[in-house]
Structures are given as structure tokens and as C-alpha cells.
Design a protein. Structure first.
Length: 424
């Protein structure tokens, strides 16, 4: 008599989960939104010489546009996420995409560099909120066991942006002028916005309280320590990655001896390898989430060390580059999956915002530290510094597994002791 009674509470959710189809189209639309977001963010990098000439400024000044953008994200993302926590998620996606389109139009029409800076700051405001919302969106569309698969699909947008979006935007700027490249970017974003309006499923992101239950402040949520630890891991790993990758072009030409004409091919190979890594995340990430995360970044550290040890052995360097790209390509998706699994529904959006902040701290901090090392101890030392820092991140990942598992058991064990008849 007990067995049927104990299984009955699970049957509704189980049947609903089985009957609900996997939201392929919605996730592809989110992936497209991420594609235009990332392409828009890095487009000035590919058009740096044209922007400098057209706006009558130096290339280093144009490079500051990336710093301004990332800095705005770091400062604004947590604040905007808190202020908009009660707003409909789909509506916010539409708002931020519309803002992205507007910023690209402003850049295209900008009469001087100051207007471009203001436009990029506006884009940074939208970027932080975009990732806070979109980073958590797939977690509302699919059940927990399908998170790795869903995140792999949405993360394909970022990978495609690096493999195709930025190079195509750069080619457009070279052929038609940098202003036209930003116009095309704005039109593409408008098209994606229309798709979001008509085809992206709306989601419920709030936590429904039971009768008599008192809302719990976010700061008291039991998943916060795990989220904080994960953000620290993200910052460490991204600092290590960008410490070297930011200066990969001068390393290949100045240390490895590759011709300048072959660098774009090497970067395309790296991006393509990253796409392969993202596919592997969808295959093995859900089955071995912990081993995949630690293993991927351990391989990154090894591959980069090989590049540093034999930089003039070009065949070995290319093979190591491919391995590096595959291992790191799936890393951000694995980290995002870990974040969605760690954060409770109550703080998921705030966790996504801090996750974005951690990435941008790593991007900006890594580039800055790498530049200092470049000037003081030499370009050829950067692979070893990256390997050391990423290895430290792997140690933190392994340690965090223990912390999170211990806290999860602490939450579950009292419940199982009170209701011993529920089957495990």
C-alpha cells in the first residue's frame, strides 16, 4: 500500500516532463540572440584600424572601447538585475536587443569618438542585463537533467560569433566601410528581436510561495556560497585564459615565427576547434558534469604549457592550439551549466549577473596582467602564467565539488530522516 502512495506525488511532474517536448526552436532563438550580442561586443576589435582612421583617433584609443564596454558591464550588471528582478524575462530580452540595435546605429552615425564611447557605454548597460536574463533563461525552459544540452545549444551562439560573426563583420567593414558594418549589425539584431517577439516561449521566473511561507531574502539563500565560489573560479580561469590569448597574435608572429598572413587562419582553426568542444559538452556534459569541467580546463593548462615549451615547433603548436580550442570551447558552457545547477531558482538571475561580472573581470584583468607581463618578463612567458592560473582554477573546481556536495547533503538528509518512506 505504501509504494503506490509514495510514488504518486512524483507522477504529475514526471508525466509533464515526459510530455513536454524539448524546446529546440526557443533555444536556437536564444542562441541567435547571443550570437548578435557577442558579435556586437567584439566588432570594434575587428574594425580597429578603420575606426581609428574614420574617427581621427589612435588605435589604442579605439582599443579603450573594449575596456569601457567591459567596465560598464561590471559596474551595472548586478544593479540592473536587482532593479528588474520582477519584470517579465521575455520583455527584458526584447528591450536589451532593441538597445543593442540602437547602439549600433549610434556608432554608425557617430560624428566623433565621444559619441561612440557613449554608445558603447549604453551597449555595456544592455550587455550586463542581457546575460543576466539570457544566461538563466534556458534554466526556465528545460528541467535540470537537460540543462547541459540546453546550455550547449545557446552557447553555440557565442562560438559562432567568434568563428563567423566577427570575421564576417570585419570583412564587411573592409569592403563597405565600418559604418555600414554597424548598420548591418543593427538590422540583424532587429530581425532577431522580431523572432524573439513571436517565437521565444515566455517563462515564469518567480518562486511561488506556499501558504504561510515568508519570502526569504536573497542574501540568506543557501545556494549563495556555491555561487560565490563558482564566480571566483570563473574569474581565475578567465584571467588565465585572457592573459595569454589577448596577445596570441604577437606570440605567433614574434615567438613562433608564423607569417602575419597565416594568423587569421590559426584563429579560425582555434574557433572551429572551440565549436567541436561545444558539441562534446552536449554529449558528455550531462553525463559527467564534474569530471568534464575539471578535465576540460586541465587539458587547457597542458596544451598551453606545450605551446610555451616548444613555441618554434609549428606542427606541435598547431596541434596544441586545436586541443586548447576544443578543451576551452566547451568550458564556458560547462561553467554556465554549473551555475544554473548551483543557484536556486530564487537567485538564478542574480547569479547570472554575477557570473557575467566574473567573466568581464577575467577578460579585463587578464588582458591587463598579460600586458604588464609582456612588458616586464617577455611575451614567451605568457603560456606558463596562463597554465599556472588555469591549473589553480582546476584545484578550486575540485574543492568546490566537495563544498557543494556537502551542503547539498546537509539540505537533503534532514528531509529524508523526517520522511523515511519516500523512495530514493
Amino acid at each position: 500500500m505504501n509504494a503506490p502512495h509514495n510514488r504518486s506525488p512524483r507522477s504529475p511532474s514526471g508525466s509533464a516532463s515526459a510530455a513536454k517536448p524539448f524546446p529546440w526552436f526557443g533555444l536556437v532563438i536564444l542562441s541567435g540572440a547571443i550570437f548578435v550580442c557577442v558579435t556586437s561586443e567584439f566588432l570594434p576589435t575587428g574594425l580597429l584600424p578603420q575606426l581609428a582612421e574614420g574617427l581621427a583617433v589612435t588605435e589604442s584609443q579605439v582599443g579603450l572601447l573594449v575596456t569601457v564596454y567591459a567596465g560598464t558591464v561590471v559596474v551595472s550588471a548586478p544593479i540592473l538585475t536587482t532593479l528588474t528582478r520582477r519584470f517579465d524575462r521575455k520583455t527584458l530580452v526584447i528591450v536589451v536587443l532593441t538597445t543593442f540595435a540602437l547602439t549600433n546605429v549610434l556608432v554608425a552615425l557617430a560624428p566623433n569618438f565621444a559619441v561612440v564611447v557613449v554608445a558603447r557605454m549604453l551597449g555595456g548597460l544592455a550587455h550586463g542585463l542581457f546575460w543576466a536574463v539570457v544566461g538563466a533563461y534556458s534554466g526556465y525552459l528545460v528541467p535540470r537533467e537537460q540543462l547541459a544540452r540546453a546550455v550547449a545549444i545557446t552557447s553555440a551562439g557565442a562560438t559562432t560569433a567568434f568563428v563567423l560573426g566577427v570575421p564576417v563583420g570585419t570583412a564587411l567593414g573592409t569592403a563597405l566601410g565600418w559604418r555600414m558594418a554597424f548598420v548591418v549589425m543593427a538590422v540583424t539584431i532587429v530581425v532577431l528581436t522580431v523572432l524573439v517577439v513571436f517565437f521565444l516561449p515566455a517563462v515564469k521566473h518567480g518562486v511561488e510561495l506556499r501558504t504561510g511561507e515568508i519570502p526569504l531574502p536573497a542574501r540568506k539563500d543557501k545556494s549563495i556560497p556555491g555561487v560565490v565560489l563558482l564566480c571566483a573560479i570563473v574569474a581565475v580561469i578567465m584571467i588565465g585564459q585572457n592573459l595569454f590569448y589577448t596577445y596570441i597574435v604577437p606570440f605567433y608572429t614574434g615567438v613562433s615565427g608564423f607569417a602575419e598572413s597565416s594568423v587569421s587562419v590559426l584563429l579560425f582553426v582555434y574557433g572551429g576547434a572551440g565549436a567541436v568542444g561545444l558539441i562534446l559538452v552536449g554529449i558528455v556534459g550531462a553525463r559527467y558534469p564534474r569530471a568534464s569541467l575539471a578535465g576540460a580546463f586541465a587539458i587547457v593548462a597542458i596544451a598551453v604549457t606545450v605551446i610555451g615549451l616548444v613555441p618554434e615547433q609549428r606542427v606541435i603548436v598547431v596541434v596544441a592550439l586545436i586541443v586548447w580550442g576544443i578543451a576551452f570551447g566547451g568550458g564556458p558552457a560547462l561553467l554556465q551549466t554549473r551555475m544554473l545547477q548551483t543557484a536556486s531558482v530564487r537567485v538564478r538571475d542574480q547569479a547570472s549577473a554575477w557570473f557575467t561580472v566574473s567573466f568581464n573581470v577575467g577578460i579585463g584583468g587578464g588582458a591587463f596582467i598579460g600586458g604588464q607581463l609582456y612588458d616586464t618578463v617577455g611575451l614567451e612567458t605568457l603560456p606558463f602564467f596562463e597554465a599556472s592560473i588555469v591549473a589553480a582554477g582546476v584545484v578550486l573546481i575540485v574543492a568546490s565539488d566537495r563544498v557543494i556536495s556537502r551542503r547539498r547533503r546537509a539540505r537533503v538528509e534532514p528531509q529524508t530522516s523526517e520522511i523515511p518512506t519516500i523512495p530514493t
